[in-house]
Design a protein around this ligand. Structure first.
Ligand SMILES: [Zn+2]
Length: 330
């Protein structure tokens, strides 16, 4: 059994495997421009961010009903459970669905059909984080937050994703203030492609408690010092970084240097159907490519629970942490 871990950076739309895409397309009468699952799997070998995003949004067309979103989440949970995930804080992108006529309620209720019973069905506790698309307007983000108010008992926090450069965190100051007033937790993608200054802005202007990616903090020693001092968790996604060419090869990934610097790093899968692996695959990949030893792997697993939004259930966090300490890597 793989080491127990929490997954904190996972876009549910990015877990759509070719087989499920075809099954949902058939169910909903959606025509996909691929002959079969092999042809679609071939298209998953994209070369850059834009070709990834094109495919990502194209395939979302197969997600129409509550049952579709439930099936998507169940398929992810089954794979995650097999890779040692015990707790998952799952992103979804409401605007990507409402823009094509699928109601926010359909998305949330559908996902909840799977997440609401995930402990019984998959042995995974779950929380839902609603992300705003940063290449859409600040007004659209605010409208999305208002539309989500009836569902806030099912949403633990808000995040910010999609194309980073040119869309600094400060653009979303107002919606993050509104989210905080509603008692929602706050995270944001920052410092993946965008500069270290975006990380600082996400902390100072948006009040984020966790930074998604945050890789480029390493270019700013003062920022690294601050992230260490304030124990701000970073949700790294090594296989995603390689596929989107944020780093050249896995062997060049700054994870070891980040751990050496004292940063609270976690390892996650981002969009696993597209980037070549789920949470456990990412652990295995960094273990091999970076030669991480047992203590580093245990630290990463421990960090994932430390960084989780489990403040409402510290007993559970303690139980997960005890499992990590007891885990035998041999
Ligand atoms: Zn992401």
């Amino acid at each position: 059994m793989p080491v127990p871990k929490a997954e904190l950076h996972l876009h549910i739309e990015g877990t759509l495997e070719p087989e499920l895409a075809f099954a949902l397309a058939a169910r909903n009468g959606v025509e996909l421009p691929y002959a079969d699952t092999d042809a679609l799997r071939h298209a998953y070998r994209f070369e850059d961010l834009q070709s990834f995003l094109n495919l990502y949004y194209e395939l979302m067309a197969v997600l129409r009903t509550e049952a579709d979103f439930a099936d998507l989440a169940d398929a992810y949970l089954a794979r995650a459970a097999a890779q040692g995930v015990r707790h998952a804080e799952i992103f979804f992108d409401p605007q990507a669905h409402t823009a094509r006529g699928v109601a926010l309620g359909t998305v949330v209720e559908g996902l909840w059909r799977a997440l609401g019973r995930s402990e019984e069905t998959h042995g995974i506790s779950t929380q839902l984080i609603m992300c705003f698309l940063r290449d859409e307007s600040a007004e659209s983000a605010l409208e999305t937050l208002r539309a989500a108010e009836p569902y806030l008992d099912r949403i633990v926090g808000v995040g910010l994703d999609s194309a980073e450069v040119g869309h600094p965190p400060a653009k979303f100051r107002e919606v993050y203030e509104a989210a905080a007033a509603l008692g929602l937790r706050r995270v944001a993608h920052a410092g993946e492609e965008g500069p270290p200054a975006y990380i600082t802005e996400a902390l100072d202007v948006l009040g984020v408690e966790r930074v998604d990616h945050g890789l480029r903090c390493m270019e700013d020693p003062a920022l690294v010092e601050r992230l260490v001092r304030e124990r701000v968790p970073l949700t790294l996604c090594p296989l995603s970084n390689v596929r989107l060419r944020t780093v050249g090869t896995l062997a060049e990934h700054p994870l070891p240097a980040m751990l050496d610097a004292g940063l609270l790093c976690t390892v996650n899968s981002d969009d696993p159907a597209y980037f070549g692996g789920y949470a456990g695959d990412n652990f295995d990949a960094v273990r091999e490519a970076l030669g991480l030893g047992e203590e580093r792997l245990r630290e990463l697993a421990r960090n994932s629970f430390v960084a989780s939004f489990l403040e409402h259930d510290e007993e559970r966090r303690a139980r997960y942490l005890a499992e990590v300490e007891a885990y035998d890597f041999r």
